[in-house]
Design a binder for this molecule. Structure first.
Ligand code: ZN
Length: 486
């Protein structure tokens, strides 16, 4: 393993050299969604970021086993199944399908495996049995609780201590528990609620235990990375550590990696404020590429403040990039003989090195993006409206290779260049409230004026469109194209 990678570990709260348990192999478990509805945009930040993290580790030469689970039994799913008069299985399978549809449209790699909680009830029951046998958990009136007093390391991830938690927490008095902070591993199911037979009666698992049990079953007792949204750090991940480390007597995960959340206009997204945006709606209205770019342009540990301005800025940035790539593609297809340029070769060696340095420093994607724009600026300087030379062709091919390789790791820049650029231009027209038909009419009028050698009118039309933010491009084949000013 190339241990030049430094990764921020939430456990200990500092960047550490990334060293794996087994050389060349990475085991990674990321907490996935509870499937009872379409997911909001914040739920996709994890899949997009961890896809990149996984791709980067593979790029460094590691084999990555990436597990991303579905919580398919939970009170919210049960409530929804009652509302819709369906089984919990029908609800969860429906929303897993919907999620996978969104995931597919993001065009990022599938996780190695996505286990469902309900397929692992036996593993969960045997995990809990083990904890009871070892004295870390106790059954009580059909439930089983984890006894947090038995785990001295409780709070090591979140920095919370049990005395403060007890004092500051409005913990409901529950006679079933030895300590009010004990958390549930198994709970009874009443009436028609779904459940499974167990040594403690008919019931179902608590939420925290599923990840510990599935991670152990699939990846073993000790894993390299456990990830998820920062909102899961406490209590979910704290409780996972307690269960797993008591069960296996070993460190559960060497690295705890948490992506931050998405706010909307500086406010937390919440049902009560009514500012939740579903991933599906965003993808349909804009484009998955815009979504991915927007998410990765902000460092994964920073809050991403989602708003209209950021969306428009993202579209403009993508137009700049795809315009350059589209030009590079045209130049690379020209008949001019390629001439290898030492200067450009050296430039791209430096760009690659800088990208590696940024990413190996705790996945600094904004730094990575700054290199992308440095390349685009240089290319525009030497390539726009210039005669195609062998060296320029070399630069163009190098830029296409660079974006294919590094963009591919991000899950970006692989769209068909000119048609995607058209889509982006239309989105900007919409946001600026400019009508496409008006542009097309103006172009026809101008073509006619040019044919009639009425250059005053032709210039007037061009200038008035330019004032609206539209540039006309007269192509060598006689046609007139347009682009938005960015
Ligand atoms: Zn989990």
């Amino acid at each position: 393993m190339n241990n030049s990678l430094k990764l921020f570990n939430s456990l200990g709260k500092k960047k550490e050299s990334f060293i794996t348990n087994e050389k060349g192999k990475v085991s990674m478990y990321v907490c996935g969604p509870t499937v009872y509805d379409l997911l909001h945009i914040g739920n996709f930040r994890g899949p997009i970021f961890f896809n990149f993290l996984r791709n980067w580790l593979e790029h460094l030469g590691d084999e990555v086993n990436y597990i991303y689970n579905y919580t398919d039994i939970d009170d919210k799913i049960i409530n929804k199944s009652k509302q819709e008069k369906k089984t919990t299985k029908e609800i969860s399978e429906k929303y897993i399908k919907e999620f996978e549809r969104d995931y597919k449209s993001l065009k990022i790699k599938n996780p190695s495996f996505s286990p469902r909680c309900t397929d692992h009830i036996e593993d969960i029951v045997s995990f809990i049995t083990d904890l009871i046998d070892k004295g870390f958990a106790y059954p009580s009136k059909g439930s089983v609780f984890f006894s947090i007093d038995k785990f001295k390391g409780y709070g090591k991830l979140s920095g919370k201590n049990t005395t403060d938690l007890l004092a500051g927490h409005r913990v409901k008095v529950n006679d079933d528990k030895n300590n009010p902070l004990d958390f549930v591993l198994w709970k009874p199911s009443f009436d028609d609620d779904p459940g499974w037979d167990s040594p403690w009666g008919f019931g179902r698992p608590g939420w925290h235990i599923e990840c510990s049990a599935m991670s152990k079953k699939i990846l073993g007792s000790k894993i390299d990375i456990h990830g998820g949204g920062v909102d899961l750090l406490f209590p979910h991940h704290e409780n996972e550590i307690a269960q797993s480390e008591c069960c296996s007597s070993t460190t559960f995960a060497n690295f705890w990696v948490h992506n931050n959340l998405i706010n909307f206009d500086n406010q937390k997204m919440s049902k009560s404020i009514g500012n939740i945006i579903k991933g599906r709606d965003f993808i349909n209205e804009y484009n998955p590429e815009i979504f991915k770019f927007l998410i990765l342009s902000v460092h994964y540990r920073s809050i991403l403040n989602f708003n209209k301005k950021l969306i428009n800025q993202t579209i403009v940035n993508l137009i700049k990039i795809y315009s350059a790539l589209s030009l590079a593609e045209r130049i690379s297809n020209s008949k001019v003989e390629i001439i290898k340029s030492k200067e450009y070769k050296n430039d791209f060696d430096v760009y690659s090195k800088k990208v590696s340095d940024f990413i190996n420093n705790d996945f600094n994607t904004p730094g990575f993006f700054s290199i992308i724009f440095e390349i685009i600026r240089k290319f525009n300087l030497v390539g726009v409206n210039k005669k195609v030379t062998g060296e320029l062709k070399y630069f163009s091919i190098s830029i296409l290779d660079f974006f294919k390789k590094y963009g591919g790791l991000l899950g970006l820049f692989q769209e068909p260049k000119s048609s995607f650029l058209e889509d982006l231009n239309l989105l900007i027209l919409n946001s600026r409230k400019i009508n496409l038909e008006d542009i097309e009419k103006a172009i026809i009028k101008r073509d006619k004026a040019r044919k009639e050698k009425d250059y005053n009118l032709s210039d007037e039309i061009r200038d008035s469109l330019a004032n609206e933010g539209i540039d006309l491009n007269d192509n060598p084949d006689g046609s007139t194209g347009w682009s938005v000013q960015v």
